[in-house]
Design a protein around this ligand. Sequence first.
Ligand SMILES: C[S@@+](CC[C@H](N)C(=O)[O-])C[C@H]1O[C@@H](n2cnc3c(N)ncnc32)[C@H](O)[C@@H]1O
Ligand code: SF4
Length: 436
Amino acid sequence: MPSALPPGDPAPADGSLPASALAELGAGPISLYLHVPFCATRCGYCDFNTYTAAELGSAPGASRQAFLDAAHAELALAAGVLGERPVDTVFVGGGTPTLLAADELVGLLTAARRHFPWSDGAEVTTECNPESVDARYLDALVAGGFNRISFGMQSARGHVLRVLERTHTPGRVAEVVGWARQAGFGSVSLDLIYGTPGESLDDWRASLETALALEPDHVSAYALIVEEGTRLAVQIRRGEVPAPIDDLQAECYELADRMLSDAGLGWYELSNWSRPGHECRHNLAYWRGSAWWGVGPGAHSHAGGVRWWNVKHPRRYSAALEAGESPAAAREVLDADARRVERVLLESRLADGLPLEVLTPSEQARVPDLVARGSIELTGPDPGDGPPNRRHSNVSSPLSGNARARADTNRHAAPRLRLTLRGRLLADAVVRDLLD
Ligand SMILES: C[S@@+](CC[C@H](N)C(=O)[O-])C[C@H]1O[C@@H](n2cnc3c(N)ncnc32)[C@H](O)[C@@H]1O
Ligand code: SF4
């Protein structure tokens, strides 16, 4: 079952934003997220906002066409609220976006292009379940403007895929990556999961070796989280499947970091590694607190310190847009302190680190102790003192032109703190210890 939405303040039915949020955006760029809420079957560990055909039934409003009509309507609503501003990154996620026909997926992109001007070199990603595409499909996506693809590989071991209830075979990923390269995707990413019950360190090493043999530009490696309400959580509670082991997950993380870095993929966020220049600009936009509009059931958005999130069920989502109203369920206007705390939580995940000046005096006073414990390190302002190959790499931020140059200068002008490998293993606890 998808998890519940957070509470919040009422969101205006016309989708409008406070003048202060629009003023903060100025003429700056935005990112777009498109959430496709369909999966062929639900993997036992997943609590994403996604539905199988059996779960949706045949009720009107929950069909694929109803979703597409509503998503097109929400794009028009977004354009009306945000006005003309460039789109720097688009990310289509899910669910399984590739359950839509290629022309339906491209149709959403074409509509977004009609509503917003496009930045030069915009990054356009879709997630893809290896099961659900063939070579012709991938060709059509590239012809339609997609230039980045992220495959849900998860593991190269059949017994691990079975516990995760994944339906693809281990060999399928090599096939789809080959098709993606032939189609001309400029960046190919693989999602992996470690710490699955029954997975040994050797199994995980084999998954990393198999992934690296495919020469991906980018790898996301996530520790398996046992989400409440999933089949996996029930199986663990009943003792049918053992719970993930924290120490083994830590060893898996260290092994991933070592093998991926040795292969030329540096970490740039806790769970993400890439070849230089292939960082996911869309996700960097989230972590750097930029503006994005999330289209689709349950999608979250942020602009100028205002966060809002859509109703989760596809039927309610379509009904709102059919009635000419915003599908937002609620919103939250963050005050200055909440925004500062959020900045600490998000930017401390990045290899680029967090400027020390964002911390309050009492938080800064805790820094020496965390440095002594080996959890964080300080970098800059000495230009030679940044993350290797990152400080002056061509990481593209969600900002563009002068704004990006200004932000980059600022990012490196002041001392910054960054998690060490040890700190990354305990990131949540380290940041909790740091914050007032
Ligand atoms: C929306 S899915 C990716 C696209 C596609 N639906 C698929 O699974 O192939 C995004 C990624 O989130 C990760 N994920 C989902 N649930 C997770 C969990 N409970 N623990 C860790 N990672 C999870 C998986 O690696 C998955 O590839
Ligand atoms: S295919 Fe992806 S989104 Fe769908 S249930 Fe599995 S992990 Fe979740």
